[in-house]
Design a protein around this ligand. Sequence first.
Ligand code: PEP
Ligand code: CO
Length: 420
Amino acid sequence: MERVLKELGQRPPLIFAGEARQLQSHLAAVSRGEAFLLQAGDCAESFEASADSIRDRLKVILQMSVIMTYSTGVPVIKVGRIAGQFAKPRSSDTETIDEIELPAFRGPMVNDPDFTHDGRTANPGRLLTAYDRAAATLNLLRAFTQGGYAGLSQVHAWNQEFVATSPAGRRYEEIAAEIDRALLFMAACGVSPGSHPDLETVDFYTSHEALILGYEEALTRRDSLTDDWFDCSAHMVWIGERTRQLDGAHMEFMRGIGNPIGCKIGPSASPEQVLDICEGLNPERIPGRLTLITRMGSDKVGDHLPPILEAVRDAEHPVVWVSDPMHGNTFVADDGRKTRHFEDVLTEIKGFFAAHDAAGTYPGGIHIELTGDDVTECLGGAQELDHTDLKYRYETTCDPRLNGTQSIDLAFRVAELIRH
Ligand code: PEP
Ligand code: CO
């Protein structure tokens, strides 16, 4: 482990501090109610992720962003749970199948999902593989987002066939056709990618849960421009629901880095605890520095969120409020698979918007677990997936993700909520 951390400490940073500062300024705009944050990606990325799967996840995020921007006129800040989302906090240390008990899978940065003794044995060499995979993923994302693939002229290309045949996919095609017409109109007026290169590129940022502190610390470097410390493993990092203790190591680490940071807030958090988190992580009240990602559950959001919003509002902390409608709505289906229902996801988001409306605060974004693939992991949505469908394509190694069609559907629903 020591040898690996030393080696990681000598590897080049994956991001540059100026990029993290730029994301923070975009998040400051979100905190003022001038933009919306879409943070999305896998629950746990796989070391085996192919170029196609990375591209398809990016496609869905770009589609969701276009739907929300086009329908609301609000700029969408795009942050992937990608290029480093390799470590998982677990509620239970072990997993038992057929009376065999083995260590729980903790993400490929630690061990393997394979239910064997070897697979589940933690191996520090995996930290180096995580770095390599993060670097390769980020390299591809930079190529896609800066090399023309993510430009608005490509809106049709992002609609994968299995999505395009769904009602949400057809609705997306209508928007794409309108964007085409708008681009032609703008070109006729002299505004084209030739004169405005930013029409062909997109700002896309990376994020993950900063769980394995050895890895994060080894990639924390001093910015030569400001002398401040930045965690150069991703643009944004967050603290999970299980590691947000005020006197804990994760909180201490996050206090010391200059990146924009997030903290998950679950139903057990009291308004006082949340205020302490705000004071601890953002004592100078810098807008865009702190994003609170609330994940209450569809049945709890109505009771638990309002007092927290009021306390933070009254203390005048400039936080970015984001709804994670996934992690409070997980349950185990009859066949033993973990799943979530699309309607519960939507209900939590509606509760989030309603609570902000009542408190006079700004619902600044959503945090979603999704994949570009046509998986059957979450129930419901326009395809009306039910329990018997889960067995067809259940591919996640951790939590159930929305598939491409469910994600597009969700984007339309969220756009309606933003408009109202
Ligand atoms: C996650 O985001 O994958 C996660 C484990 O969330 P939480 O910390 O909110 O449970
Ligand atoms: Co998850």
